[in-house]
Design a protein around this ligand. Structure first.
Ligand SMILES: [Zn+2]
Ligand SMILES: [Zn+2]
Length: 175
């Protein structure tokens, strides 16, 4: 959802709070895309600090469906987000993108609340999510989810030292 900041921007000392819905259907990272399960409204307070600078504070909470890093089953993962930033309206949109090293959520006087939250999410999300601590993962042969029962595959991996000895025996037999 876009928020127009011009009302705050034109009056020094002016402060305004918005509460807008988080409308993104998914969080898109550089290599991942997680569906949004639910989200609290995004609370954003913008204050005009003078000298064409604005302070931006707020919070929300977003629940994403993130695949378990072992069995790939989606796990509902809730992230509480708090932001506290300063916006320098003297900088051009391009400068801001360069400074923040991220997509700019600000275009002219319009603030994109979804993009702001997604940028913050990228800082908060964990590298790994497990459905449970003792998740058994998936079978390396058939891909079955081992939490749902044994698939019956023979996943016995011979000890490499034993394999070497077996090779020697084989050679003797062949002679
Ligand atoms: Zn799992
Ligand atoms: Zn299997």
């Amino acid at each position: 959802m876009l928020i127009n900041l011009s009302e705050v921007f034109t009056l020094e000392g002016k402060e305004k709070t918005w509460e807008v819905p988080f409308e993104a259907k998914a969080y898109k990272g550089s290599r991942v895309e997680y569906p949004v399960v639910s989200a609290n409204p995004v609370k954003i307070t913008v204050k005009n600090l003078g000298n064409r600078k604005l302070s931006l504070t707020g919070n929300t909470s977003v629940t994403l469906a993130i695949p378990c890093s072992r069995c790939l089953e989606p796990v509902n993962y809730t992230t509480d987000i708090e932001f506290d930033q300063e916006i320098d309206m003297n900088a051009s949109d391009e400068d801001r993108v360069k400074d923040l090293d991220e997509q700019s959520y600000l275009s002219g006087y319009n603030l994109d609340a979804d993009m702001l939250v997604c940028n913050e999410l990228s800082l908060y999300l964990p590298m790994k999510v497990l459905c449970k601590d003792n998740c058994k993962g998936i079978c390396s042969r058939c891909g079955a989810n081992l939490n749902k029962g044994d698939c019956g595959c023979d996943t016995w991996v011979p000890d490499p030292r034993m394999a070497a000895i077996q090779d020697i025996f084989k050679q003797f037999k062949e002679v």
